[in-house]
Design a protein around this ligand. Structure first.
Ligand code: ADP
Ligand code: MG
Length: 236
């Protein structure tokens, strides 16, 4: 459903991605793994049309390389950026609804999708009327997930969603992703992470970006999963 063909991205004179090619199938859950600065965010930004690139990106067999960024969410692509970017003066619900307005969804479709967001993330319904500026950083990540769900009917991209989340919220976030999977088995998910252990419980596949190149990776059975430690912490 998503294909890169020889994608090269140069930022500030540095080739951040070099001839990257890969194919992601519908309903895959892909962990995009790489150290800090490896090019994970650049990969997602390229899918959103925010980078200058050469090569080709295909989505549902169509070449979208030249499609303006503003038109890409309308294809059913939801994106929760690393830096969340909530509009603090608007309420939580207004933030969630924003991409629906940008994509000019009908009122009926908007209501239907908001219902889907609240089914998967019921805590957002409780926060709906609060100004987005008043929620904690971790809750903000949930709001950003809700916003991505609103528009991401086909592909949802989450950039380091677990980064900086307290363990309880991280577990809750992972649970919400599993609910999403159950609710919407056909949606394709790309989740970036520097720690592969964190995603091996729900990713089917890993793509590893390293020195500008992308390769198929393993989900490192031996890497510890920080959310589910093998042995419970013992008290001395
Ligand atoms: N706007 C930019 N100008 C120049 N270099 C950039 C820019 N954005 C990112 N980079 C560089 O590109 C590389 C990849 O960045 P990024 O995709 O953000 O990595 P990751 O998300 O894996 O941490 C890094 O070396 C970073 O310093
Ligand atoms: Mg990044």
């Amino acid at each position: 459903m998503l294909e890169f063909r020889d994608v090269t991205v140069t930022l500030g004179g540095v080739r951040v991605l070099r001839d990257v090619s890969f194919l992601i199938n519908t309903s895959d859950t892909v962990a995009l793994i790489g150290a800090n600065g490896a090019g994970k965010t650049t990969t997602l930004r390229s899918i959103m049309g925010f980078t200058h690139m050469t090569g080709e990106i295909r989505f549902l067999r169509e070449d979208i390389t030249k499609l303006p960024p503003a038109k890409r969410p309308g294809l059913g692509i939801g994106y929760a950026a690393e830096d969340r970017r909530l509009f603090s003066a608007f309420t939580v619900e207004e933030n969630i609804l924003m991409p629906a307005q940008v994509a000019r969804l009908t009122a009926q479709e908007t209501t239907r999708r908001l219902g889907r967001v609240y089914t998967i993330l019921p805590e957002l319904k409780e926060m709906a009327g609060r100004p987005a500026g008043s929620v904690s950083g971790g809750q903000g990540k949930m709001v950003a997930l809700g916003r991505a769900l609103m528009i991401g009917t086909r592909l949802i991209m989450l950039d380091e969603p677990f980064q900086g989340l307290a363990p309880a919220l991280a577990r809750r976030y992972a649970e919400a992703l599993r609910t999403l999977r159950d609710h919407d088995p056909d949606v394709t998910l790309i989740i970036t992470e520097s720690n592969p252990g964190l995603l091996r419980r729900f990713a089917d596949r890993a793509l590893v970006v390293e020195r500008g190149e992308m390769r198929e990776g393993s989900l490192a059975e031996d890497a510890p999963d920080p959310l589910h430690p093998a042995s419970p912490a013992t008290t001395p």
